[in-house]
Design a protein around this ligand. Structure first.
Ligand code: HEC
Length: 101
């Protein structure tokens, strides 16, 4: 199936971009996710940043969608809005691939 191959290629392209954003943010003003969620995605209880490591990518994408559409407070709505749909997929794939705590 062609579609299957295209999906694999997209996944492969998204992963490095996801890591780049997690570590360095993007040029649209998204802060590096690692600053709050940790380089290993283990979160930071002191500032209320949840664990993202090992969460299903679809759940992370959907949470970012909710945050971008105005749900939630604090830094996340602005950060989610600064990510393109492709970037959300990329960071989600990256965190999903990290080992769970
Ligand atoms: C300045 C600190 C900070 C940064 C930077 C940050 N986050 Fe967050 N994030 C939080 C906090 C605090 C919460 C919990 C409160 C909330 O959901 O708004 C959160 C919640 C989330 C959630 C919701 C998890 C859930 O299960 O509901 C996701 C997904 C998320 N962040 C992804 C990201 C991604 C991806 C990035 C990088 C592009 C990022 N965050 C950068 C602080 C941060």
């Amino acid at each position: 199936m062609k579609i299957w191959r295209i999906a694999l290629v997209l996944l492969g392209a998204a992963a490095p971009a996801g890591k780049q954003i997690v570590l360095h943010g993007n040029s649209n003003g998204a802060m590096p996710c690692a600053a709050c969620h940790g380089i290993n995605g283990l979160g930071n209880a002191a500032i209320g940043a949840p664990v993202l490591a090992g969460k299903p990518a679809a759940g992370i994408v959907s949470a970012l969608g909710h945050l971008a559409s105005g749900q939630g407070s604090g830094p996340m709505p602005g950060i989610a809005r600064a990510l393109s749909p492709q970037e959300r997929q990329g960071v989600a794939a990256y965190f999903a691939g990290l080992p769970k705590p």
